[in-house]
Every structure is written in structure tokens, then in C-alpha cells.
Design a protein around this ligand. Structure first.
Ligand SMILES: CC(C)(COP(=O)(O)OP(=O)(O)OC[C@H]1O[C@@H](n2cnc3c(N)ncnc32)[C@H](O)[C@@H]1OP(=O)(O)O)[C@@H](O)C(=O)NCCC(=O)NCCS
Length: 198
């Protein structure tokens, strides 16, 4: 057990405890984006596995460059009780060039982060189910399968992603050696996504 992630054992979050905001719909000049920006930019490489200002630039750049395709978006989860932005995750065309470098077909999930004091309370799982529901809707609407990849550290891969993704290769990223995972969303297969959101 890793302390720090799990010392806060208060109530577990469920899907109905949060509001979901799409950055594509809200826009970069919205109040939610402004609040999210303050949180994201405060992130610390050691505590949050992100350099805050670099992470916000990544979100903004993807919001602009991936604009034409409804698959690509950044989502924020807001705690209903407080209105606070407590988690974020994105679906992007490529994450830090890994897809291009290693010729990996498909979109990428990235920028997954839960506010420090809220970790270990199921928000990560709720966030994944929100992203999965979005991808499934795109697959249903387009009638075509959508491949989603991600890269992560081996420890997080095993405990956080492995129940829902298939591991397929190891790559070297700016974060060191990372493991790639993949999931294929097929049209009309809604039951595949989000079984952890309750
Ligand atoms: C990783 C992260 C998003 C998980 O969110 P969370 O709300 O803390 O996770 P949950 O409470 O939903 O836990 C889900 C599972 O992941 C596991 N897990 C969560 N954080 C973990 C960690 N740092 N190391 C190993 N396992 C972890 C839990 O054991 C849990 O397993 P279970 O479903 O079998 O009980 C969050 O801890 C975080 O933001 N970390 C810093 C940023 C980061 O590492 N992002 C991911 C980059 S790929």
C-alpha cells in the first residue's frame, strides 16, 4: 500500500457526486477553465507527476490543435458539494509524440489527474468512466471503432489501468520507461465502458 494516496479514507466518490464539464463546450475563457487553470498550474512534478505550467500549455495546445474532431476534448470533474474542480483528463490525437514516434494507431488518453487531497476515493475511476462514455458515444455516432491508447508507469498501469485496458508495449518517454495500454471501443457496445462508476 502506498501512503499519501490512500491515507485519506473518507467517502468514495460516485458518478452522481460530480458534474462533468467539457472544455470544448465551456471554452478556454469560461469560469470553469479559469478555475481549472489555477489548479493545474499549481501542480508539482513530485506530488502530482506534472509540471503545472507545462501541463496547462499541453491542455490549451490540444484544445486548439485537435479542434476539428469531436473525439478530442478535455474534461473537468466538479465536486457537486463544493463546485470545486477535482479531476481532469483528456482525449488527444497524440500524447507527447509517442504515437507518431512509435507508429501507434489511434487516439490517446492523457493528462489524467485528481486533486491531491481527493486521491484514493474512486475519483480516478469515475474520471475514466466519463472519458470512456465520451469515446463510446463517438464510436456509436460514427459507426466506426475507436482505438484509445495511453502510456503510464508500470505501477499505475497494473493497479489503475489494467482492469480496463490491454497492455501492449513498452516505450521510452520524457518520463522514462513507460508501458502502453490500449482499448478498442466498438459501435453499439455500451456495456463495455464505465462499470466502475457506481
Ligand atoms: C492516478 C490517479 C489519477 C488515480 O486517481 P485516484 O482517485 O487516486 O484513484 P482511485 O481512488 O479511483 O483508485 C483506483 C485504483 O487505482 C489504484 N491507484 C490509485 N493511485 C495509485 C498510485 N499512485 N499507485 C498505484 N495504484 C494507484 C488504486 O489502488 C485503485 O485500485 P482499486 O480500484 O483496485 O481499488 C491519482 O492518484 C493522481 O492524480 N495521481 C497523480 C497524477 C498521475 O499519476 N496521473 C496518471 C498519469 S498516467
Amino acid at each position: 500500500m502506498i501512503r499519501g494516496c490512500f491515507e485519506n479514507r473518507r467517502d468514495r466518490f460516485r458518478a452522481e457526486d460530480v458534474d462533468v464539464v467539457s472544455l470544448r463546450e465551456a471554452g478556454l475563457s469560461s469560469g470553469v477553465a479559469a478555475e481549472a487553470k489555477v489548479w493545474v498550474q499549481s501542480m508539482d512534478r513530485l506530488k502530482d507527476r506534472e509540471d503545472g505550467p507545462d501541463f496547462w500549455r499541453w491542455i490549451e495546445e490540444h484544445q486548439r490543435s485537435d479542434e476539428g474532431n469531436p473525439l478530442f476534448d478535455t474534461f473537468f470533474l466538479l465536486e457537486k458539494a463544493t463546485g470545486r474542480v477535482v479531476a481532469t483528463g483528456s482525449i488527444v490525437a497524440d500524447d507527447r509524440g509517442v504515437g507518431k514516434t512509435y507508429r501507434i494507431e489511434g487516439a490517446w488518453i492523457g493528462g489524467i489527474n485528481v486533486r491531491g487531497e481527493y486521491r484514493g476515493r474512486n475519483l480516478g475511476r469515475v474520471l475514466l468512466s466519463v472519458l470512456h462514455r465520451h469515446v463510446q458515444e463517438i464510436a456509436d455516432r460514427s459507426g466506426a471503432e475507436v482505438i484509445v491508447n495511453l502510456f503510464t508507469s508500470p505501477d499505475l498501469g497494473r493497479s489503475f489501468y489494467e482492469p480496463e485496458y490491454q497492455r501492449f508495449r513498452t516505450v521510452v518517454t520524457s518520463f522514462g520507461e513507460s508501458v502502453c495500454y490500449r482499448r478498442v471501443f466498438r459501435p453499439g457496445r455500451r456495456e463495455g465502458a464505465g462499470h466502475h462508476d457506481g
